[in-house]
Design a protein around this ligand. Structure first.
Ligand code: ANZ
Ligand code: ZN
Length: 865
């Protein structure tokens, strides 16, 4: 590998930092020598670093992508130098609406725009010098790739985890398409087009993710996610323990209502029952199966119709004006024989609990608002703060966490917690209710009525019903279409291609029709971390969807392909590979994907685990997320604000090393940061100085002791900081170090050590300078290959001990003393030394001492007495 250096560096170049010349040269060298390809035959310890693969939009790579990719690139480069066999792959999540919408607008086939966008993204990634292993590139729209996506779907179907059901779906009248909940913003607008959405009912494919809800929650214990991410997962899963209570409906035969509550302690305070407009009893009333008078029936019908257009937030928020209709019916409270009027109101959600609520207006704010609106009685059953037992009249209601029960028969005097247990036991013993666990998580609506997605591989046969396409016939390829417009009826544009839709039933050979729904754009990213491992096995099959092929003579690759004889399950033939590389060691990406994509891919991975395809229950051992890069004005970057920073421009002006370094230096990795040109220029100046110092201040004489000691501290700190994803402080200490270099010379070896430390952050310049060092000195280094294949420097602990710093000691923020200690000293030893100082000691009472410690700099004792 080291023999064929493609582009030797000229020795007599001027001392001028010219990234525009050196960067493309080294990029080419790295690529030719394949230095970043993971070794799939290696016995070295593996390290799998995953960053979220982009949707290749027309806008190209933005500085947010660059923050993630460059930082993790530094991390991976460091791991390689630490001796790991690292895998850092990249690919394209290329199905989805934008390409389709663009096709509708300008009439260019999505496969064409996607290919162009990918080419552009790839050039951008390469111009950043990212060390991706391009030999494992994947593309979710490649038939060879989505063949596996379809295979997973068929297995889900086989296990009863994919099913069809009539569901209430979000409908965007503008895009004329159905949407998943997560595509609808909090204000009810469609995430992509910004227009209002509605609800309507349609048969859809769903995945039974709820069956995995408990495991998705429990297994968070097995992984290392940052707290914020873990909490997002927990909240979305939303496990709640409570009880479902039965209420007989008076004068209506056998009908009962079941209501889910987390507060059975308050049941003596129940004064009404409320049903969601979608509740089955409401449906029965409207069909005339449950009798109410004609006027009420009309009112109910009108009310149910009007609630259709409201969003969940509109319906359920506290403080919104409550609406509703009284049904004229009553439910029996078994506890005290009281009759509770049954109302219908849209603040009750159909898909949470049982879609029916016991109204306890004394202690639940939405119930309170409802009771006020309709003049329903309000009963106190929990004693308020300060022993308040008066009637409840104020508008402000709290759902209390603690308090004693009143007006509640056998619960009187008990604390809420005890009362909940006692009541739950009582209701269960009497057969009035049943302990229930509910989840916020819903089954996942998995079909879209769109063209640009993976076809769902089933056939509808008039005799046999829904028939899966046999695995050997996968992939079911997307045909080429000329018209992409949604049909507007809610059907996919695929429904209009007769030659594709009409097929034979795989079971009985009778004429049958293909499913025309496609998968949502989350489907391909469910398993892409495995896709990289199989990239070569997936083959580089090019799509047959050549835009030049006319619609009528569509040829599907699956038809043209000879009868497949091999194992249809690629996963089983690559088991060793998967067992070796999984789980992903670290997964990094934006916060916008830490709820759904993370949950969906965890679910699919668990399913694959149950099938025996993967070695463990969790795909990602560790997950972190970077903060957003905001515009220079502190606002989110957006075309409309005119504050978008284009990475290409920065690379052109300053070089990619400066951009990379700056994106790591800009602030703590997990925090959002505003773009700063002056800080960017500071990074450029730093690299310019490194360039000059390496070419001028290097000799064959020993490095001065001070500087050598300082270098040991840098080795230690940069390594520790990278491990902790503290890229900004790692860069800061490199910057600090060169101040000491300015008036001194470093010996070759030590200069090279510094370059090794710089290599993860500024890979081009580090490579260039080391190369120049080798050539100009004739010095025989241990290897003449790339700096990125050298080992990470090791510091000398003896020398490090001699590195001393001054610590400032404060008490309540006031300077009291300072003292010298070895640079790496930890909080415990610094605290002990500082406490012993006479000038400090006299201010410290031993109790209530809070310590603020800034390593290497300061300790502040906060005495609160
Ligand atoms: C009686 C009660 C008394 C409730 C009380 C609360 C406080 P949280 O509150 O988030 O834990 N609920 C049940 N099903 C519902 C539905 N389909 N739509 C809207 N609200 C519904 O969620 C549980 C509570 O939400 C339940 O407990 C119920 O109100 C309400 F002092 O029942 B509770
Ligand atoms: Zn059939």
């Amino acid at each position: 590998m080291t023999e064929n250096i493609a582009t030797p560096v000229e020795i007599n170049e001027p001392i001028h930092y010219d990234p525009g010349t050196i960067e493309p040269r080294w990029q080419q060298y790295w690529q030719l020598n394949k230095i970043y390809e993971a070794d799939f035959g290696s016995k070295k310890e593996k390290f799998y670093c995953l960053v979220e693969f982009p949707y290749p939009s027309g806008a190209g790579l933005h500085v947010g992508h660059a923050r993630s990719y460059a930082s993790m690139d530094a991390f991976v480069r460091y791991k390689r130098m630490k001796g790991f066999n690292a895998l850092y792959p990249m690919g394209w999540d290329a199905f989805g609406l934008p390409a389709e919408n663009y096709a509708i607008k300008v009439g260019i086939h999505p496969s064409k725009t996607v290919a162009e966008n990918i080419a552009h993204f790839k050039v951008q990634c390469q111009s950043l010098g990212l060390s991706f292993d391009w030999s494992r590139e994947i593309n979710t729209t490649d038939p060879a790739y989505y063949r596996q996506t379809q295979w997973i779907f068929l297995r889900l179907l086989k296990e009863g985890l994919a099913y069809r059901n009539e569901v209430s779906v979000n409908w965007c009248p503008t895009c004329r398409t159905n949407l998943a909940d997560e595509e609808v913003l909090a204000d009810g607008m469609h995430e992509r087009c910004g227009n209002p959405t509605e609800k309507r009912s349609q048969t859809q494919w769903l995945l039974r993710i709820t069956k995995y809800a408990q495991r998705l929650l429990d297994d968070l214990k097995l992984v290392d996610y940052s707290d914020k991410i873990r909490v997002q997962q927990e909240n979305w899963i939303g496990r709640k323990e409570g009880i479902t209570i039965k209420f007989k409906i008076s004068a209506q035969g056998s009908d009962v209502i079941e209501a889910f509550t987390t507060r059975p302690d308050t049941m003596f305070g129940a004064t009404f029952i409320v049903l969601a407009p979608e509740h089955y009893l409401v449906e029965r009333i409207m069909k005339g199966e449950v009798k109410v008078d004609a006027k009420t029936s009309r009112e109910i019908k009108a009310y149910v119709a009007s609630s259709r257009s409201k969003t969940e937030i509109d319906r359920n928020s506290k403080g919104r004006k409550k609406t509703g209709v009284f049904t004229g019916l009553f439910g029996l409270n078994n506890l005290n024989g009281k009759l509770l009027p049954i109302w219908i109101s849209d603040f009750v959600l159909s898909h949470f609990g049982t879609g029916a609520v016991v109204g306890v207006p004394g202690h639940d704010q939405r119930d309170f608002e409802f009771a006020k609106q309709f003049g329903l009685p309000i009963t106190r059953v929990v004693v308020g703060p300060d022993g308040d037992t008066s009637e409840i009249t104020e508008l402000v209601q709290v759902q209390e966490e603690a308090g004693k029960m009143v007006n509640s028969d056998f619960l009187d005097g008990l604390e809420i917690r005890e009362a909940i247990n006692k009541m739950t036991d009582h209701l269960e013993a009497k057969g009035f209710g049943k302990r229930t666990v509910t989840f916020h998580l819903r089954d996942w609506v998995f079909s879209r009525q769109h063209y640009w997605g993976e076809p769902i591989p089933v056939v509808h046969c008039p005799q046999c019903g829904v028939v899966p396409v046999p695995e050997k016939d996968l992939p079911v390829e997307l045909p080429f279409v000329e018209k992409y417009e949604p049909s507007g009826t809610g059907e996919s544009p695929l429904a209009k291609i007769a030659t594709w839709v009409n097929t034979a039933c795989p079971v009985c050979s009778a004429p049958a029709k293909r499913e025309t729904d496609t998968m949502p754009n989350w489907a391909g990213s469910n398993w892409y971390y495995l896709g990289y491992l199989l990239a070569d096995k997936l083959g580089n099959s090019k799509s047959q969807n050549d835009p030049g092929v006319a619609q009528d003579d569509v040829i599907l690759a699956s038809e043209a392909r000879p009868e497949s004889t091999s194992d249809t399950n690629i996963f089983s033939t690559t088991k060793n590979l998967i067992n070796h590389w999984m789980p992903v060691d670290i997964y990094e990406g934006g916060f916008e994907h830490t709820t759904l994509h993370l949950l969906y891919s965890r679910f699919i991975y668990k399913f694959l685990f149950d099938l025996g395809v993967v070695p463990g229950p969790e795909p990602y051992a560790k997950r972190r997320s970077h903060g957003i890069v905001l515009g220079p004005d502190g606002r989110k970057m957006s075309k409309s604000f005119g504050n978008v920073i284009n990475p290409d421009e920065i690379v052109k002006q300053y070089g990619s090393d400066t951009l990379r370094l700056y994106e790591m230096f800009m602030g703590p990795f997990e925090q959002s940061v505003s773009w700063s040109d002056s800080s960017l220029q500071g990074c450029y100046r730093f690299l310019t100085r490194v360039n000059r110092l390496t070419l001028k201040n290097v000799t064959n004489e020993e490095t001065p002791k001070e500087l050598l000691i300082a270098l040991q501290a840098v080795i230690k700190k940069v390594g520790e900081d990278i491990e902790a994803l503290k890229f900004n402080t790692a860069v800061a200490i490199l910057m600090e170090f060169i101040n000491g270099w300015e008036n001194n010379n470093l010996k070759y070896e030590d200069a090279e050590t510094f370059l090794r430390l710089l290599a993860p952050f500024a890979p081009h310049l580090a490579e260039e300078l080391r190369h120049k060092l080798l050539i100009s000195t004739g010095w025989d280094a241990d290897s003449r290959g790339s700096i990125h294949l050298l080992s990470w420097p090791v510091y000398d602990p003896e020398l490090l001990k001699q590195d001393r710093v001054f610590i400032v000691v404060q008490v309540n923020g006031k300077l009291r003393d300072r003292f010298e200690i070895e640079a790496g000293a930890d909080e415990r030893s610094v605290t002990a030394a500082a406490k012993a100082l006479p000038k400090v000691k006299k201010y410290l009472s031993n109790e209530h001492l809070k310590i603020i410690f800034v390593p290497g700099k300061l300790i502040n004792f906060v005495v609160t007495d």
